[in-house]
Write a new protein. Structure first.
Length: 202
């Protein structure tokens, strides 16, 4: 057991190191102020995801999408994906509740990239708020996550244990998330922030 935990810790540290090296290679594209903002958003994502979320082995409810949307507005698809991955790895390293699984890290990148695609330097409308939520729901919540859970826990992919709570969450959470994204996104003065920080690249 101790050896397994040690190996998982080494894997997480390895991924963190790899992404840190990637950030160094592209550091000319983010200045110190933007790195600081991203760091704050990553810390908020870790807190919301690991400390205040409702979580079972097969379902998770959190408002992590709020800092992810803000990150998408400010940074675009690539950096939002990277930020989400770093939040996932840091959260796993500090507040692990289960074994590390690379599939969920892939989920984090895709989800961050989706928010960046729909919201980077764009006005938040009902249309893109709903489309972004639908995209995350279909790709992450209803396709990839059930697949990863089936692989992790060795249960049939179409088991009611996997799908019953997930479908219930989707029906309830999809409109809530869409509404939250719309109002939170419209409250972010992203044009003023981008002008003040002089961002010229994704």
């Amino acid at each position: 057991m101790g050896c397994c935990l040690l190996d998982e810790g080494r894997n997480v540290r390895g991924f963190i190191f790899a992404f840190a090296e990637m950030l160094k290679m592209k550091k000319h594209r983010l200045d110190a102020r933007m790195i600081a903002i991203m760091g704050l958003l990553i810390a908020l994502m870790v807190t919301l995801s690991r400390l205040v979320a409702i979580e079972t082995p097969f379902i998770k409810i959190s408002v992590t999408f709020i800092p992810q949307v803000i990150m998408g507005i400010l940074f675009g698809p690539f950096w939002s994906g990277i930020g989400a991955v770093l939040a996932d790895l840091v959260g796993m390293a500090l507040f692990s509740k289960s074994a590390f699984f690379i599939g969920f890290t892939l989920n984090a990148f895709i989800e961050g990239a989706i928010y960046g695609f729909f919201f980077y330097r764009k006005e938040i409308t009902w249309k893109n708020a709903i489309l972004a939520t639908l995209s995350v729901t279909l790709i992450i919540n209803l396709f990839l996550t059930p697949l990863w859970l089936a692989l992790m826990y060795h249960v049939p992919l179409f088991s009611w244990v996997v799908w019953a709570p997930r479908l219930l969450k989707t029906v309830i959470w999809l409109p809530i998330q869409s509404i939250a994204i719309y109002y939170v996104g419209r409250s972010v003065p992203y044009k003023k922030i981008l002008r003040s920080l002089a961002i010229h690249a994704k």
